[in-house]
Structure formats: structure tokens, C-alpha cells
Design a protein around this ligand. Structure first.
Ligand SMILES: *Cc1c(COP(=O)(O)O)cnc(C)c1O
Length: 383
């Protein structure tokens, strides 16, 4: 199909034709949908968040917000034992990542990342013309730190990993994160900890001793605020200052008043955070057992999703059958992982529904000869 942007090529910056945008999981409007495809939290945000957003909406929306988001940065810094100069905030962690790629990885040499990881990293590389060099995960889908030893010195632009990794859910021990930091002392090692609150090991404690470490977090998963768009990065002050220069060259006010107020309240309601993340982790353990009972191979997950494959059932076919039953899971048509499904951990009731539908799909009577004939006949419509 002809893209509209091809019609008047002289109107479009040439770089735009090179971009390969990220494709987020679908957000359809289907009745009684069980949505396990985008790793959102199945629980709503804390009531204190809703109250804080309501109060903020009553006052001051005619005024610009604080361009430095000091109150939120202070709340994050206090929660993690950091100084406010060590915290940067943005409009979702995807934006924080985009600014970090701009600030730290444009050295004209390759950025190292796992071959299986968050696909937005490759999108940012295209955007900024950063060569991406993928390092294969092992056959067990684990990150092999020794393989990142290539090109020490200044011949790589840096390293980006997600820990726990996405979409595998597998966590990397802190000792190995330390090894990555030592392998590339003159480049930034970016650790995207979007899922760390569901059982991973955070590298935040390593910031004090590692001037090249940047840790990125989001409020979208463990704080139930995907709709508010708040993410942050932590690192030593020189890195945070560089991010500030990028941000202030692009948008002085990435966080609006409602987002800041809601995010501060989310940090302050620590009890709710603990309660919901533990509910998700406990539902995950039950889901893993139930899926294994159905014959799935489940990778060990430290995240709010599981990455699974079935020896006898095609992953794309399963995703399609589930969708017909109003249960959404994520399937990536990508090398090495096309036989896997990524399933977000829902409430216990949602997990039960998923397992029941899978069980049902597996036990469908085989199609009658007549039905089979109907299915193999070419469907009407364009070739
Ligand atoms: C969800 C996710 C993000 C994006 O989070 P937002 O803050 O919603 O932009 C970043 N990295 C990884 C690995 C994620 O899974």
C-alpha cells in the first residue's frame, strides 16, 4: 500500500522515510475483554493518586507546571536514597529513553544490546542514526555478559539492557550488571528496570560507585499509571544534567501538573504499592503452575508477565484463538521468539479465565471432514 507520506516526498524530511516506528500492543474496545497483552497493572492506581489528581485539577491549570518537576524528583530521590540532582523525570519512560539515547549514545559507533529485548531500542537507534549491534541471548534466553566484552575502549557507543529483560522476563543478577559497568567504563550502561518491582534486583544501589550507570524506571507497570505517562532516570549528577540539556532543547514541560501530582501521591502510598505488586507476583506463581499443567514451557519470570511456548500448538494460532474469545495476549512475529506468547499477569480471576480458554481450545473436538473441507477451500475476496 502507498503511504500517504510518499505522495509529496519533497515535503517530508528525508530522515522520516528511514524511520521504523514502534508498534505498541493493541488497545481495542471489545466488551468484557481480558487484556493481557501490554503488561499494564490489572489493579487501578491508589485512591490517593486519584484524589491528588482531582485536587491538582482544581487549582492552577492556567499556569505552566514547574519545568524542573522538583517536588516529584524529591519524592523519587527520597524513596530511593538519592539526591534530587540524581533524578530526571519525563513523559513516560519511553521519552526518558529517547532522551538518554540522544544524550549518551551518539558517538558514531555501535550501541550494544541483546538480540531479544525491548524493540523500542532499535527504533530509537533509527531515529538518531545510531548503529545497533545485537548480542545474542544464550539458548536459554539468558544474557551472556562475557559477550559484551567486544570493542572495549571507545569503539562502542554504550550498552542498553532491560533488567528483567523484555519480553523474556528473565532477570540478570546485580553481579553481572557490575561486570557490564566494568567492561565499558567510558560509556553509559543503561539499565531499563521497567519491571524490577516484580522481583528483580535493582541497580539503583550501584549509582554511587558507577559514574557510567543510568537506571530507568516507569510508573506504568508497578504503580498502575500507564495512562498518566511518567517515567524517570537515576544516575550521577553529570548524567542527569546532560539529560536536562536535551530535555530543555525539546520540551521544557514534559510533565503536566496532573501527572506530577498523581506520581507524587503514588510514591507516597507505599503500602498500596507493596500490596499490589505482591498480588501480581503471587498471581504469577499460580499462573505459571497452571500453564505448566497445560503443557506450556514457561521461562522463569521476575516480571508482571510470563513468556511461554507450547510444544504442540502454534503461538500465532493460539493468540488468534484467544482473541476470538476476547482474551488478548502478545505475539511477536520475530526470529527466535515466533513460537512464544507473552502473557501479562492479570488478577487471579483474569488468569483463571485465560487458563480456562486455553484448556477449552486444547480440548476442542477435531474438525469434522466437512468442516476441514470448508476451511481448506480458498476464502472469497482479493487474492
Ligand atoms: C513498558 C516499558 C517501557 C515504557 O514505559 P512507559 O513509561 O509507559 O513509556 C519501557 N521499557 C520497557 C522494557 C517496558 O516494558
Amino acid at each position: 500500500m502507498q503511504a500517504n507520506s510518499d505522495l509529496f516526498p519533497s515535503l517530508i524530511s528525508p530522515v522520516v522515510t528511514r524511520l521504523v516506528p514502534y508498534v505498541p500492543g493493541e488497545q481495542p474496545r471489545i466488551d468484557k475483554l481480558v487484556k493481557l497483552n501490554t503488561n499494564e497493572n490489572p489493579y487501578p492506581p491508589s485512591a490517593r493518586v486519584i484524589a491528588a489528581i482531582g485536587a491538582a485539577a482544581q487549582q492552577g491549570l492556567q499556569l505552566y507546571p514547574d519545568p524542573e518537576s522538583i517536588v516529584l524528583r524529591q519524592a523519587i530521590a527520597a524513596r530511593h536514597g538519592l539526591a534530587v540532582e540524581q533524578v530526571f523525570v519525563g513523559n513516560g519512560s519511553d521519552e526518558v529513553l529517547a532522551q538518554a539515547f540522544f544524550a549518551f549514545f551518539q558517538h558514531g559507533c555501535p550501541l550494544l544490546m541483546p538480540d531479544i529485548s525491548y524493540s523500542f531500542y532499535q527504533v530509537f537507534c533509527r531515529l538518531y542514526d545510531i548503529p545497533a549491534e545485537t548480542v545474542p541471548l544464550t539458548d536459554e534466553m539468558e544474557l551472556d555478559v562475557a559477550a559484551y566484552a567486544r570493542g572495549a575502549g571507545d569503539s562502542v557507543a554504550g550498552v542498553v539492557i532491560a533488567n528483567p529483560n523484555a519480553p523474556t522476563g528473565i532477570g540478570l543478577p546485580l553481579q553481572e550488571v557490575k561486570q557490564l559497568l566494568l567492561l565499558h567504563p567510558n560509556r553509559v550502561v543503561l539499565v531499563d528496570e521497567a519491571y524490577v518491582d516484580f522481583g528483580g534486583h535493582s541497580a539503583l544501589a550501584l549509582i554511587a560507585h558507577n559514574p557510567n550507570l543510568l537506571v530507568v524506571h516507569t510508573f506504568s507497570k508497578s504503580r498502575s499509571l500507564a495512562g498518566l505517562r511518567v517515567g524517570f532516570a537515576c544516575g550521577q549528577a553529570h548524567l542527569i544534567e546532560a539529560l536536562g540539556r536535551v530535555k530543555n532543547s525539546f520540551n521544557s514541560f514534559p510533565l503536566d501538573r496532573l501527572a506530577s501530582a498523581g506520581a507524587v501521591a503514588a510514591i507516597e502510598d507505599h503500602a498500596y504499592f507493596e500490596q499490589t505488586r505482591h498480588a501480581v507476583m503471587s498471581a504469577r506463581e499460580g499462573l505459571v503452575l497452571a500453564l505448566e499443567d497445560l503443557g506450556f514451557k514457561v521461562l522463569p519470570s521476575q516480571a508482571n508477565f510470563v513468556f511461554v511456548r507450547h510444544p504442540d500448538h502454534d503461538a500465532a494460532g493460539l493468540a488468534a484463538s484467544l482473541r476470538q474469545r476476547a482474551v488478548l495476549v502478545r505475539h511477536f512475529k520475530l526470529p527466535r521468539i515466533e513460537q512464544y506468547l507473552r502473557i501479562s499477569v492479570g488478577t487471579p480471576a483474569q488468569c483463571t479465565r485465560l487458563v480456562r480458554e486455553l484448556d477449552d481450545i486444547f480440548h476442542l473436538p477435531p474438525p469434522s471432514p466437512k468442516e476441514r473441507e470448508r476451511h481448506t477451500r480458498a476464502p472469497p475476496g482479493p487474492p
